[in-house]
Design a protein around this ligand. Sequence first.
Ligand SMILES: [Mg+2]
Length: 374
Amino acid sequence: MSDNSLKIERVETFVLDVPTTRPHVLAMTTMNHQSMVILRLTFSDGTQGIGEATTIGGLSYGDESPEGIQLTLDNYITPMLLKNEYKSVGATMAFINRNIVGNRFAKTAIEIALYDALGHRLGVPVSELLGGRVVDRLSVLWVLASGNLDSDIDEAHKMIESRRHNVFKIKIGKRSVEEDVAHVAAVKKAIGDTGRVQVDVNQAWTRSQANRAAPMLADAGIDLIEQPLAFNDIEGAQHLVNQGVIPIMLDESVQGPKVALDLVRAKAADIYAIKILQAGGLTEAQKVISFAQTSGAALYGGTMLESPVCTIASAQLFSTYEQFEWGTELFSPLLQNDSFINETLDYSDFQLTVPNTPGLGISLNQEKVDFYKR
Ligand SMILES: [Mg+2]
């Protein structure tokens, strides 16, 4: 194969605003739609690859916004891609990393698209390019974030009955510790042994609030606390882990491999949420996973409330590991009111099937893309 003559001929980016099925209430924002940056690369041999960069609620979650990501892709990264001959995914990412500081989300969109295109060129799923598939299905939880107790309980019962989800994450941190604990304890009590409940505080607590809440949540039968403290409060997280009252998961803290290594050294988490966008790409996420796994910590597959594109890219990666002990939260396509891919994702029996066709195994529906793009 004369890869020497291969070039990237076209780079397209779209910001799509897709409405959510219900308002999604988080400690830092309430979402009624999700804005996603979708990228498409076209190579000189005709192969195409798609990628995505999405943040939760614009700039309320991280330091890259959809508009900023699109600008970085269009004005800075695209000219580099068009100017140089294409050699490989690794060489392209190394070149981008030499020339662009930070911008993990934008870089991830490129890497996903490069792997998708390579998978199409070689006729294999992306999982095979990332070490090879170990599992075909991933368990997927559901986030109860309506903000209303009766709706949350009703939603949980419906999910269990339809065998779509039986693990629930509840977003807390907006109200007092007592109100939040009462809310999640009531949900846990209502579903009993038919389901499990975990909470995500999204950095909203002080150390004293976290210390007070931990035993209360453990008593209520809650499985774990995700990101109770500020992303950079490593010492506080370490203290909670040492107390051993309830498992502590870090999410916003895990900003790439270097930080993950610091967290692992500090023994600051029992569980690591793995997000490919937060890590800075699929190969960067592999490093985060390696650090966490080697240290004896457990894994959980996270999301930025992404479209099917990034969701399936994550699933392709997660499928190359024998066990994500705490499952995944790759549910966000189900929170979106409409889909802009041609395929229907298989969510059934509490799990998602990882597509097994070349590349990511999904394709853009151009009509829908045109409808939702800004
Ligand atoms: Mg989280």
